[in-house]
Design a protein around this ligand. Structure first.
Ligand code: OOG
Ligand code: NI
Length: 265
């Protein structure tokens, strides 16, 4: 486990940018050289004990993060939690896990076979959260997973790493509206996730979000190389609660659509 929070996020970022070439360009386009504050990052996993949500969150809890919310995604068969650090300038962390037992016997067998290949000690190592894939995978197996769950296929192809970083629009110089951020992105040639509309959420639910569609990168499978969707960039604008403090939770109906940023189209 890491003992230095900045080193952990630095390593997660470096890996994320390698998976997501557009992220460096978006970062440059929005920051114009200023520092960008991250609202949150997100990680994905399977609910199998060896690698479940709690195994991932332990890395953050060791750094002082606290469990602050539960979310359910019935149709996608996912559960999630979000974690916050006492130092509010640190990014929030959103971790989801696939409810493997709710899928076909074939999917369950495939996923158990992948997870069985992980060295037990790897899951508590410093680098686990940006260690990528720990198993062999061929393209037909990826496609079999994709037919049942886009999420399952994504985790199988990419393993353990940040699925996205999220720019805090509240802390982004020069912007006060998510529509302006989206306009800059579209003018810059970046494709936005339009599932449920380009802006997810509203001032009423205290959170507005948008995201790019994931980059497509070459991934090595056993016996072949294929271009598949990797990671995306998200943008979040938070509104104050009645006590004047910014809302820090997530909105399940919006998150449900953000997940689709790694769909192929
Ligand atoms: C997480 C999707 C949800 C948010 O901010 O609501 C999310 C994922 O795609 O893994 O990030
Ligand atoms: Ni997110």
């Amino acid at each position: 486990m890491h003992t230095d929070i900045n080193k952990l996020f630095g390593s997660l970022w470096n890996d994320y940018v390698e998976m997501t070439p557009s992220a460096a360009k978006v970062h440059q386009l929005l920051s114009k050289g200023d520092t960008i504050i991250n609202d949150h990052i997100a990680l994905r996993t399977f609910n199998i004990e060896k690698v479940n949500l709690a195994v991932l969150s332990a890395h953050f809890e060791a750094l002082g993060y606290v469990d602050c919310g539960d979310y359910n995604f019935e149709a996608k068969k996912l559960k999630a939690k979000h974690f916050e650090h006492p130092d509010a300038t640190q990014p929030k962390v959103f971790i989801s896990e696939l409810l493997v037992e709710e899928f076909s016997g074939e999917l369950q067998t495939i996923i158990k076979g992948l997870v069985a290949q992980i060295e037990e000690s790897a899951t508590t190592a410093d680098n686990f959260l940006y260690s990528g894939r720990h198993w062999e995978l061929d393209y037909p197996t990826y496609e079999a997973l994709l037919a049942e769950s886009e999420y399952a296929a994504w985790v199988a192809a990419f393993g353990y790493r940040a699925n996205h970083f999220t720019v805090s629009i509240n802390h982004l110089p020069g912007y006060t509206s998510i529509l302006d951020v989206n306009e800059t992105l579209k003018r810059g040639g970046f494709a936005l996730n339009s599932a449920g509309g380009e802006v997810k959420g509203s001032a009423e639910v205290l959170l507005e979000q948008s995201s790019t569609m994931a980059d497509k990168i070459e991934v090595s499978f056993k016996g072949s190389q294929k271009e598949i969707p990797s990671c995306f960039y998200e943008f979040a604008l938070r509104y104050p609660k009645s006590d004047g403090k910014l809302y820090t939770g997530f909105v399940a109906a919006s998150a449900d659509k953000i997940f689709e940023s790694t769909n192929a189209s």
